[in-house]
Write a protein that binds this ligand. Structure first.
Ligand code: PLP
Length: 462
């Protein structure tokens, strides 16, 4: 269904426009550029893209002196998305598709964002721009900066007990909200717009980002799943470069994909103690366990100890400065996973590894303040800490999940979780075939056409 030309329907971009805002009408591009001065201007919806003002995909390539590997580690930077993380993309896509389907209506619906933070921030932000009240359900133990952002965007908070690995309680809470038909759950762990956004927008952006480096291809894509939306980029990268391997990273303290393990941990946004419904486990090749505190320590080294670590690594003074502010704890987890897998696969200078920094440091000063209390660093131990973090990890922490029995184990875990939330066995069975994922992905063209039609009916607004 196409939304009626209701003046309260606030237009946003198609998937194709998020991948390449240059295809937007010139007037809209101008409005979007001007909107960057006021983050609450709804035209910022058209700034949901990996591209910067120079049209290039925002990324950094880490110095070899830091990574200790020859492969090019290319990190796509999510911090510059409106609201401060790329999770705004899945939040917008889920809301946009809900509007097109006639399920979410301006003036009638309240959006519900089950999250551990960044998706909730994205839901609060996009809902504010589109004029919907928003309720974010998230665990009570996340960083203080996250709650502040949600409140800042006018989102209401509903906190559940525990922290990152207690997301199942968040999902259970959504069942309460579903009883009122005005509440519309933007269910990132189970709805396919999250998959579509990352496969289409992130995947294709990654393919473009690596063009200038090495052989211009992607040998490895590494990402730590929360909802596992980001991992969907791997599906598109593999389509372009069939030799590409996809590694899912998780906290050693909550190694669900590795060995059905569970436990609490310090890497906010990932390691949610489940196989999410939208995780296409068929295309995940390896699972890597990363010690959670390695990521917190790594963040501290990059943010607060640059002057100390540059000479130790043989880097010129100031060469790490461009990295400042671009990483959160999960971004460091992704970098460490990328490094450890590059070492494991013996990748060389022709090979590109792509990974993601989902959000930036602005969400983590409180986490480093806590680290300083827990593990204060003596300057004499700096070299030991660099070794531990950037050269650490072993092959024992890497599991090859390509064998059939590993896929069956992961399918089994998924089934265990999601039948409890009403998903049928035939639906779960269909997900065991790549055709399911390709069919879902191929809906992008039709959704975009529908959105363009809805925008055209707004006459003069876009
Ligand atoms: C900081 C952070 N890192 C990583 C992720 C994981 O991304 P995804 O949900 O796409 O798997 C999230 C998800 O919310 C996050 O907030």
């Amino acid at each position: 269904m196409t939304p009626s030309p209701n003046p309260t329907f606030v237009p946003g971009p198609t998937y194709a426009e998020m991948l390449d805002p240059a295809i937007l009408p010139a007037a809209m591009r101008g409005k979007a550029a001007a909107a960057q001065r006021d983050e609450l201007d709804p035209a910022n919806l058209f700034n949901i893209t990996w591209r910067g003002p120079d049209h290039a995909i925002r990324h950094v390539v880490l110095p070899e002196e830091l990574t200790g590997v020859k492969a090019n580690i290319v990190v796509m930077v999510g911090h510059y998305f409106p609201s401060g993380s790329h999770k705004v993309g899945p939040a917008y896509s889920t809301l946009m598709e809900g509007e097109l389907a006639g399920e979410i209506e301006p003036g009638k619906s309240t959006t519900i964002g089950p999250s551990t933070g960044n998706f909730g921030i994205g839901v609060a932000y996009v809902s504010r721009l589109k004029g919907y009240p928003a309720i974010v359900i998230m665990p009570e133990g996340m960083s203080a900066e996250r709650y502040e952002r949600i409140r800042h965007y006018g989102g209401q908070l509903d906190l559940t007990p525990g922290s990152e690995s207690d997301v199942i309680l968040v999902l259970e809470r959504t069942l309460e909200y579903r009883k009122d038909p005005r509440n519309k759950v933007l269910a990132q762990f189970e709805l396919l717009p999250n998959y579509r956004f990352h496969r289409y927008v992130t995947g294709r952006s990654a393919i473009e980002a690596v063009k200038p480096y090495g052989n211009g291809r992607v040998a490895l894509f590494a990402a730590a799943p929360g909802s596992a939306g980001t991992l969907a980029a791997g599906d598109e990268i593999k389509f372009a470069f069939p030799e590409c391997r996809v590694a899912a990273l998780e906290p050693k303290e909550c190694s669900t994909l590795f060995n059905n393990g569970f436990g609490s941990h310090r890497i906010e946004g990932i390691g949610d103690k489940m196989v999410t419904l939208i995780h296409n486990v068929l295309t995940t090749d390896y699972v890597v366990r990363i010690h959670d505190d390695d990521c917190v320590l790594g963040l501290e080294l990059l943010e607060r100890r640059q002057h100390g670590i540059e000479p130790f690594l043989g880097l010129e003074a100031g060469s790490l400065r461009p990295l400042q502010g671009l990483f959160g704890v999960s971004g460091i987890c992704n970098v460490l996973g990328a490094i450890r897998m590059a070492r494991f696969l013996q990748l060389g200078p022709a090979d590109n590894v792509v990974t993601i920094a989902t959000d930036g440091f602005d969400r983590y000063p409180s986490v480093l303040a806590d680290l300083e209390r827990r593990r204060p660093l003596r300057v004499s131990e700096l070299d030991k800490r660099i070794e531990e973090v950037f050269r650490g990890g072993s092959a024992a922490e890497i599991l090859d999940v390509r064998p059939r029995e590993e896929k069956e184990r992961l399918f089994g875990y998924k089934q265990e979780v999601w039948t409890n939330f009403g998903y049928s066995l035939p639906y779960l069975e269909a997900m065991k075939f790549q055709a399911f994922w390709d069919d879902e992905f191929n809906k992008v063209g039709q959704i975009d056409a529908q959105l363009l039609k809805a925008r055209a009916s707004l006459k003069g607004k876009v």
